[in-house]
Design a protein around this ligand. Structure first.
Ligand code: GLN
Length: 551
């Protein structure tokens, strides 16, 4: 029988609930338990797939093609467990299921209501991961939003009922709050936490553990006070101080015995975890012997959450290379316009050891991305293109190397006489936007003796996708003559998945999203080797400088 952990948040949003859940998952797994994590989001979209990155941050894609909340990315990275569609639920999905049943007549004669029908559906979904896999020991469910929001009420009510229907040792409630520090008074304030817990208790949920986010150390006295007001022993109030790296969080929680106490509460017998490999990895993340600078040329750069998995994939890639990767964010629109010549580009990219062009949608910022590709290609700067980044690389090489002056993509240039990127055959005629892209894991065959094959050291790989457009096969021969190698394709050879340009020290672009599969203990081979190439580029630069200096 599985046990259940519920994680709620109070006072403000963005407290790092996702990281807290992921960290607990990490620790429970290290204790030998089989863990599943899931996120319930109270908004009405069926999934986040149709939301703007500015609204929601990155849309994380799972192996089965589910478009989901970026917290599932943290769950996968911290536990190294692949999740699926059932692990992300929204109010929209709950209502979609209920309304479909209502139309089929399954509630015939009855009034369909929030209680019991919505709460029953939520309870069914709480159980689902354990039902699908009877070996699961613990299901951790994170409730998005903040306690007190109208839209999260049905979820909290479902948790209240769920807990009431089972013995106390079957579930545990963890509540995250903020303990602000008032600089003028030189004091931390516990009142917002007291109010948040009171709100939760008024719904009928007494938290078993409190995790308080602070900038200062939460002294025992403060924890005792919080415990007193919130009906908890002092040992159940945890200090969630800001840390430099999110990967330190499991270590911090473990130092405070959080995982042991959760297991005791759930009456789970486990061994002490061996966290030494994780600790060693964190050591390298925090103090790498050297750094490389990678420019990320995107258009959602004001909201770094839009590139969450890329940021994390670079952190992972630094570990085996023993470097820290400093990411320099460049707004692709700043690389556009008449005043941007070679000189300006060289100034902008001075001191940069690698250029990454990430994914994206629509026309805005495309000329700047194409300029970034050109700069990387002409100057031998290691280049890595992802999804839209591959499409921009095709356009750039088409225009500047393959003699197709007007090469374009039919996504943002429908009249292009040379649509080197065009809509995929299977996408034609699709009118609905939600969940209709080419999504999830697909196999890809690598050509031998290519950069891709050297990175992966495998012949067949599987990577996750999220796109509608692809390389137009009519132009493949022309590009091959211009020196492009199509080093990865779908097994039937029909879809181009990887391109490279071997005349260059490191130039590779992929149609999929490798960042989604990078894990701290298993950095993605393309990110790893791109960072290695950036390191070589940096060292060559240093050598050139030294030669100049000694001449
Ligand atoms: N907009 C492009 C497409 O749909 C690229 C998508 C992406 O970068 N994820 O094909």
């Amino acid at each position: 029988m599985a046990k259940f952990v519920f994680v709620t948040g109070g006072v403000v949003s963005a407290l790092g609930k996702g990281i807290a859940c992921a960290s607990l998952g990490n620790l429970l797994k290290a204790r030998g338990l089989k863990v599943v994590l899931q996120k319930f989001d109270p908004y009405l979209n069926v999934d986040p797939g149709t939301m703007s990155p500015f609204q929601h941050g990155e849309v994380f894609v799972l192996e089965d093609g589910a478009e989901c909340d970026l917290d599932l990315g943290h769950y996968e990275r911290f536990t190294d467990i692949d999740l699926s569609q059932i692990n992300n639920l929204t109010s929209g999905r709950v209502y979609e299921t209920i309304l479909a049943k209502e139309r089929k007549g399954e509630y015939l004669g009855r009034t369909v209501q929030v209680i019991p029908h919505v709460t029953d559906e939520i309870k069914r979904r709480i159980m689902l991961p354990a039902k699908e896999d009877p070996e699961v020991d613990v299901v951790i469910t994170e409730i998005g939003g903040t306690v007190g929001d109208i839209e999260s009420l049905p979820f909290l009510e479902a948790i209240r009922q769920f807990r009431l229907e089972r013995p106390p040792a079957d579930s545990v409630s963890v509540h995250l709050t903020l303990v602000p520090y008032i600089a003028a008074a030189g004091e931390i304030k516990t009142k917002p936490t007291q109010h948040s817990v009171r709100e939760l208790r008024s719904i009928g949920i007494q938290p078993d553990f409190l995790w308080c986010r602070t900038t200062q150390l939460l002294e025992e006295e403060a924890r005792r006070k919080i415990g007193l007001f919130c009906n908890l022993p002092v040992g159940h109030v945890f200090d969630g101080r800001d840390v430099e790296s999110i990967y330190q969080v499991p270590l911090n929680l473990h130092e405070q015995n959080f995982d042991r106490l959760v297991c005791e509460h759930l009456q789970l017998e486990t061994n002490e975890p061996d966290l030494s490999p994780w600790r060693e990895m964190v050591g390298m993340i925090l103090s790498p012997p050297a750094t490389v600078k990678i420019a990320v040329v995107g258009k959602y750069i004001e909201l770094k959450d839009a590139y969450k998995s890329i940021i994390e994939a670079f952190i992972h890639a630094g570990i085996p290379n023993r470097v820290g990767v400093e990411q320099v964010w460049i707004d692709s629109e700043s690389l556009e316009g008449d005043d941007i010549g070679d000189h300006q580009m060289a100034e902008i990219f001075a001191g940069i050891h690698g250029i990454l062009v990430p994914g994206g949608f629509g026309e805005r910022g495309i000329p700047g991305k194409i300029n970034a590709v050109r700069y990387a290609r002409e100057n031998g700067v290691p280049f890595f293109g992802i999804c839209l980044g591959l499409q921009c690389a095709m356009i750039e090489i088409g225009r500047d190397v393959a003699g197709l002056e007007k090469a374009g993509s039919s996504e943002f240039d429908p009249a292009s006489p040379h649509p080197v990127i065009h809509l995929m055959e299977k996408q034609k005629g699709i009118t609905n936007l939600g969940g209709t892209m080419r999504l999830g894991g697909y196999p890809c065959r690598l050509a031998p003796d290519t950069l891709a094959a050297r990175c992966y050291r495998q012949e067949e790989i599987s990577e996750r996708h999220r796109h509608r457009y692809e390389v137009n096969n009519d132009y493949r021969e022309r590009f091959a003559k211009a020196g492009v190698v199509f080093s990865g394709t779908s097994p039937d050879g029909q879809l181009v998945e990887i391109i490279e340009y071997p005349e260059h020290p490191f130039f590779i672009a992929v149609q999929f999203h490798p960042e989604l599969k990078s894990r701290p203990g298993r950095p993605h081979p393309l990110f790893r080797d791109f960072v290695a190439a950036a390191l070589v580029h940096r060292e060559q630069g240093i050598c050139a400088e030294t030669r100049k200096g000694s001449a």
